[in-house]
Design a protein around this ligand. Structure first.
Ligand code: NAD
Length: 498
């Protein structure tokens, strides 16, 4: 059986005392084992990062960008291999796996422009003969801890920015699908990055804790579920690190009475059920405004959901594939039962689905609930599966309030033809990323990604200029090249520029 080790400079592999199984979700079989590292492996990686980082930081930004350009070409050249590898461990269909790689690649493309974004600020003549300028300097060693659901995109969000800014980076990917992150690190070396600049340590909580406590790691970026995000944030900050920790989500799609319902049904099918609902920007809650809208929407949704094709991840016709593990499948089915017990109406039941010839695969059919209410735990918590919950709002005000009052605030969408309503909604809703007739509003790489409330801890987003801000610190220089130096009592008072 294939074993997946670490990508650490000078680490020869083998000798892992603990390991974790990696499934093929299509068959339900174990296809590999991954080493679960500990402090010793992390120390090795940190030592290599420490040795490599100063030279990398001194490498001028344009040269660093050249490595990113080369990397972009290599990822494009290896797109199919990466997408298949990703799909085989995650279970998302190939087209979606390509999208996963592509959205990460877009951050690498942004990183190709790093010389432009790293330019500092300059004031000539802030006082007599005095100029002030600022520069952004790397932090040193950064670490990233990533979830299973975007094993290509999220690592690239993090290391693309961190490394372009002059840091060394240590990635701790999800133990459920670690092969693509390992491959991404190999390709980065091929692109000409010095060894030690991007390393991968595999592991679980033990490795995460070692990262959070390591005195030589300056910053940690985390993406995963909210309780763990909160834990990572608190422990990392207590250890004096800069931390950004993105958490779970429960995104709402508001459907106004004037919306084009055919378009909504089409968009919702993809946004709620694509990737088996295992996306932090999925739309698992639909909020029709008014009972008339709700009834009309439901009538169109039911056949659309029933027509969804669930298949193996390599089936080009399948809308979505299996979920990641049997454990996660059971968790989703428990949530469905919970919804029933809480009194929601289960209109389409996806439980008990089996795919012929793949009876042991982790497949689950699509489910639709109606009459879900805010007091239900199945509404308050994230399900992270192919389950769409309909919460009826009586008017626009309630439609703004529902996502605003929810504990999560990652994304939200509104479907309407009314520009004024959309504008009001976008301005008032208490959520970090808003789509207007766009179901999955993941911002492009030159904007920035980040939710609000329990969807993100820390105050800096992923990628874009926010990413640059997270992975650098500002130094401000006030310079004077005078004929002489301040003398006498002037040397003892706070300088003013006038
Ligand atoms: P997860 O929280 O189980 O795991 C995330 C990372 O934390 C993994 O690397 C894992 O090894 C590590 N980890 C797991 N248990 C830990 C523990 N007890 N202590 C320390 N570290 C631990 O998340 P997941 O199931 O891999 O991913 C799905 C979750 O991620 C969902 O909640 C989803 O909404 C969220 N997510 C959020 C975003 C976002 O940007 N907000 C993006 C993608 C996914």
């Amino acid at each position: 059986m294939r074993t997946i080790d670490h990508h650490i400079v000078g680490h020869s592999g083998g000798g892992a005392s603990r390991s974790h199984v990696v499934f093929d979700p299509n068959t339900g079989q174990v296809q590999a084992t991954v080493a679960l590292g500990s402090q010793a492996e992390l120390d090795k990686a940190v030592a290599a990062a420490k040795a490599a980082q100063p030279d990398w930081a001194r490498t001028n930004p344009q040269r660093r960008a050249r490595v990113m350009f080369k990397y972009k070409e290599l990822i494009e050249a290896n797109m199919e291999e990466l997408a298949h590898l990703l799909s085989s461990e995650h279970g998302k269909v190939i087209a979606d796996a390509r999208g996963d790689v592509q959205r990460g690649l877009e951050v690498i493309e942004y990183a190709c422009g790093i010389p432009q974004v790293l330019k500092g600020e300059y004031t000539h003549g802030a006082g007599p003969g005095i100029d002030v300028y600022s520069m952004r300097q790397p932090l040193g060693i950064g670490a990233g801890i990533t979830p299973f659901n975007f094993p290509a995109m999220i690592p690239m969000w993090m290391f693309g920015m961190a490394i372009a800014c002059g840091n060394a980076f240590i990635l701790k990917p999800s133990e459920r699908d670690p092969s693509v992150p390992m491959r991404l690190a190999e390709l980065f070396r091929e692109a000409g990055a010095p060894e030690g600049i991007l390393q991968v340590v595999n592991g679980d909580k033990e490795m995460v804790d070692a990262i959070l406590d390591h005195p030589d790691i300056a910053a940690v970026s985390f993406v995963g579920s909210s309780d763990i995000a909160h834990y990572v944030y608190k422990r990392g900050v207590a250890a004096g690190k800069r931390v950004q920790a993105m958490g779970g989500a429960k995104n709402h799609g508001i459907v106004m009475p004037d919306a084009d319902l055919d378009q909504v049904v089409n968009e919702l099918s993809g946004a709620a059920f694509g990737s088996a609902g295992e996306r932090c920007m999925a739309l698992p809650v639909v909020v029709p405004v008014g009972d008339k809208t709700a009834e009309a929407l439901k009538e169109k949704l039911i056949p659309a959901i029933e027509a969804l094709r669930v298949g193996v991840s390599t089936d080009a016709e399948a809308h979505y594939g299996p979920v990641v593990t049997a454990e996660h499948k059971a968790r989703i089915e428990n949530w469905i039962q919970k919804g029933v017990d809480e009194g929601a109406e289960l209109v389409v039941d996806g439980r008990g689905f089996t795919l012929q010839g793949h009876e042991k695969g982790f497949f689950i059919g699509p489910s639709l609930f109606d009459h879900v209410t805010t007091d239900m735990e199945s509404y308050q918590e994230e399900i992270f599966g192919p389950v769409l919950q309909m919460v009826r709002a009586k008017d626009f005000e309630e439609a703004v309030r529902l996502p605003s009052d929810h504990q999560y605030g990652n994304g939200v969408a509104i479907f309407t033809r009314n520009g004024h309503a959309a504008r009001e909604f976008a301005g008032r809703v208490n959520v970090g990323m808003v789509g207007i007739n766009v179901p999955i509003p993941v911002p492009v790489s030159y904007h920035t990604f980040g939710g609000w409330k329990r969807s993100a801890f820390g105050d800096t987003n992923q990628y874009g200029t926010e990413g640059v801000k997270f992975w650098t610190k500002v130094k401000t220089v006030t310079q004077r090249w005078p004929d002489g130096s301040p003398t006498g009592e002037n040397a003892f008072v706070i300088p003013t520029m006038g």
